[in-house]
Write a protein that binds this ligand. Structure first.
Ligand SMILES: [Zn+2]
Length: 252
């Protein structure tokens, strides 16, 4: 709430505030009354918010304030708000998914990530340890480096959200903590290495001085299928290779 009134006083809420609002609502608001309070606070700059939307934002669902207030089905309670927020997350996750497809095309395990701030992608990347000869080149790290270079800062903006198609590992959770990301949304669960919910819950150790909020399972099915399709194809390629070798050996 403190940050909202600061934005209002500065008189430049526009997309930054809208993003902040979405993030804040998604993260912290627990009742419709709280949403209503925020809505009252921001009602006087509805139009300014609408005017300043980025093209990327426009391409997706109508998530402008006007769109939110006139959504169909209408946002009338916390459930319908959450449904709208889900739509917002899925819109960005699709772009992370497209990054993952680029990894698969290079023969790398398909994991993709994007970082969004003020309704803009400020960083993106895909898993590429083999092609970069870099064991740390997980999608999250590549996207973090891209974003930090773009904004010329060692930390991400306050409202930054990272979308990644697979649950982050220990290394990536650590790097994300250092980056001060505000929120992480991931797609598929990673049973063996996932360090937010699956294999271990790093934030429950109480070790970190900064934690981020996270959302699990956004476009989970698509992201899992993308991974299993990749592994299936790779198994088939290996099988074909073995067959060819066998054939060559018998011809000798
Ligand atoms: Zn990782």
């Amino acid at each position: 709430m403190r940050q909202a009134s600061e934005n209002l006083q500065k008189g430049s809420p526009t997309t930054a505030a809208l993003t902040w609002l979405l993030w804040q609502w998604g993260k912290q608001v627990h009742s419709w009354n709280e949403i209503f309070e925020l809505e009252t606070q921001i009602s006087d700059w509805k139009i300014r918010v609408d005017k300043d939307l980025s093209p990327a934002w426009k391409k997706g669902a109508d998530m402008s304030l006007k769109g939110i207030l006139s959504a169909n089905p209408p946002v009338t309670n916390i459930e319908s708000w959450n449904a709208l927020l889900k739509q917002y997350d899925e819109y960005w996750m699709q772009l992370a998914y497209a990054q993952a497809a680029l990894a698969a095309a290079q023969g790398e395990i398909p994991v993709g990530a994007i970082i969004v701030s003020q309704n803009q992608i400020i960083g993106q990347g895909f898993n590429a340890p083999i092609s970069l000869n870099d064991p740390t080149a997980h999608a999250e790290i590549v996207a973090l480096r891209d974003a930090c270079q773009n904004i010329q800062n060692y930390r991400l903006p306050d409202d930054a959200v990272l979308y990644v198609t697979l649950e982050p590992c220990t290394m990536c959770v650590g790097a994300l903590v250092h980056s001060r990301v505000s929120r992480v949304v991931f797609g598929a669960f990673e049973a063996k290495a996932g360090s937010l919910v699956s294999a271990r819950q790093l934030f429950e150790t109480g070790y970190y001085n900064h934690v981020f909020s996270f959302e699990a399972g956004c476009m989970q099915q698509q992201c899992s299928e993308q991974l299993s399709a990749f592994f299936k194809l790779r198994r088939e390629q290996k099988r074909q290779l073995r067959l060819q070798e066998k054939l060559l050996n018998t011809q000798k």
